[in-house]
Design a protein around this ligand. Structure first.
Ligand SMILES: Cc1cc2nc3c(=O)[nH]c(=O)nc-3n(C[C@H](O)[C@H](O)[C@H](O)COP(=O)(O)O)c2cc1C
Length: 203
């Protein structure tokens, strides 16, 4: 499993480490890919992974330019289906409690869909949504599509909210589990899901 993340100021990187910790706990072999320092070996890591979890801060209500620059470099892989049928998931982090970060998660999911990847949602009920809830709940900001975290803009990376760290940890565990289940299924039903021959345009 690979965690492909961009982080301008270290907050999203902290969450990427939490996703990795959760996946490792669940038995996955995890590689971190910092999109700011992509090497050929990093591309090989992504191409060889069974699952890629994408992480980006929310900048201007969307993924960061650093993440988008990476996404735009994957065009050939997108056309050739290099990442087809890999598992995907995503997380983002913003300064405001909402910060329009759902839009960034949607962008990550659309990016994965363009690669024909299988998107795994967060799999947690919303936290902090009743009188019994608190900011320490898992999924405290109530996302379904992926993990959404909030870090004060003047906080150090080690001040990322513990509930958000645990939520990302959960996401890592979940993606590792789903990936293992999919791999076991493929062992008994290996047929690929490429476009059917019959979908080719008739001449
Ligand atoms: C250029 C820029 C744009 C930002 N846009 C948003 C935004 O749209 N919504 C928001 O809540 N926070 C926004 N922020 C705050 C960041 O999301 C926040 O500081 C986050 O923790 C940064 O994560 P990082 O340390 O991984 O880069 C923005 C920050 C920057 C630098």
């Amino acid at each position: 499993m690979a965690i492909a993340y961009h982080s301008g100021y270290g907050h999203t990187a902290e969450l990427a480490r939490a996703v990795a910790a959760g996946a490792t706990e669940a038995g996955a072999d995890v590689s971190m890919v910092n999109l700011d320092t992509m090497s050929e070996a990093d591309w090989d890591t992504l191409d060889g992974a069974d699952a890629i979890v994408f992480g980006s801060p929310t900048y201007m209500g969307n993924v960061s330019a650093g993440f988008q620059a990476f996404a735009e470099q994957t065009g050939r892989r997108c056309i050739e289906g290099t990442w087809r049928d890999k598992v995907a998931a995503g997380f983002t982090n913003s300064g405001a409690k909402s910060g329009d970060k759902l839009n960034a998660l949607v962008s990550l999911a659309v990016f994965a869909a363009q690669h024909h990847m299988h998107w795994v949602n967060l799999g947690l009920p919303p936290g902090w949504n009743s009188s019994a809830g608190s900011e320490h709940d898992l999924n405290r900001l109530g996302f379904w599509l992926g993990a959404g975290a909030q870090t004060d803009v003047d906080a150090n990376p080690d001040q990322v909210h513990p509930a958000d760290v645990q939520t990302c940890r959960h996401l890592g565990r979940r993606v590792a589990l789903v990936t293992r289940q999919l791999n076991m299924g493929r062992a008994v039903s290996p047929a690929g899901s490429g476009p059917a021959a019959s979908s080719a345009p008739a001449r």
